[in-house]
Design a protein around this ligand. Structure first.
Ligand SMILES: Nc1nc2c([nH]c(=O)n2[C@H]2C[C@H](O)[C@@H](COP(=O)(O)OP(=O)(O)OP(=O)(O)O)O2)c(=O)[nH]1
Length: 146
């Protein structure tokens, strides 16, 4: 597979209130592009050339939410640890927490902390629904996301 054909890696954070006993999950509402506007996602974005995934994640969260995060466990997906989200992109997701106050600075026009049992109550991007389900299951079964 040439570099051009290879899916682009997107990294994102499942921000929770507590990595050991997660109750609330942060969802972010996109305001662009038009096709995705109004849908909810995990904050994050594409890894730049020459950048490591974790480095990219800290950069994206700083740019998009204006906070520093502590990372917890990665939620591995079914394709070499990544989640297929479209033909062009695949996503790696880490649990995270912050002492800061996340703000919707660039990509998003709203943030919401989803309460326990209501993690699926917003209109997530299509590919994210299965990921949120897996995250909720993992948080419940493993007793945390550290
Ligand atoms: N950030 C993020 N993107 C997701 C999620 N689920 C999902 O399908 N995607 C898609 C939406 C976009 O097509 C793509 C990520 O692109 P992005 O627009 O967030 O990347 P970026 O911040 O680097 O954006 P840009 O500077 O290139 O505009 O992955 C998710 O939970 N979080």
């Amino acid at each position: 597979m040439s570099r051009a054909d290879r899916p682009v890696l997107v990294v994102a954070a499942a921000l929770v209130d507590d990595l050991d006993a997660p109750r609330r999950l942060l969802a972010a509402r996109r305001h662009r592009p038009t096709a995705l506007a109004g849908r909810w996602e995990f904050p994050g974005g594409k890894v730049d050339p020459g950048e490591g995934p974790v480095e990219a994640l800290h950069r994206e969260i700083r740019e998009e939410l204006g906070v520093e995060v502590e990372l917890g466990a990665e939620l591995p997906g079914p394709e070499d640890g990544a989640w297929p989200i479209s033909t062009r992109y695949r996503l790696r997701l880490w649990a995270a927490r912050t002492d800061g106050e996340p703000q919707p600075l660039v990509e998003h026009d709203a943030l919401t902390w989803l309460e326990p049992g209501a993690w699926l109550s917003v209109d997530w991007l299509d590919a994210d629904v299965a990921i949120v389900e897996a995250l909720a299951e993992r948080a419940r079964l493993a007793g945390g996301l550290r």
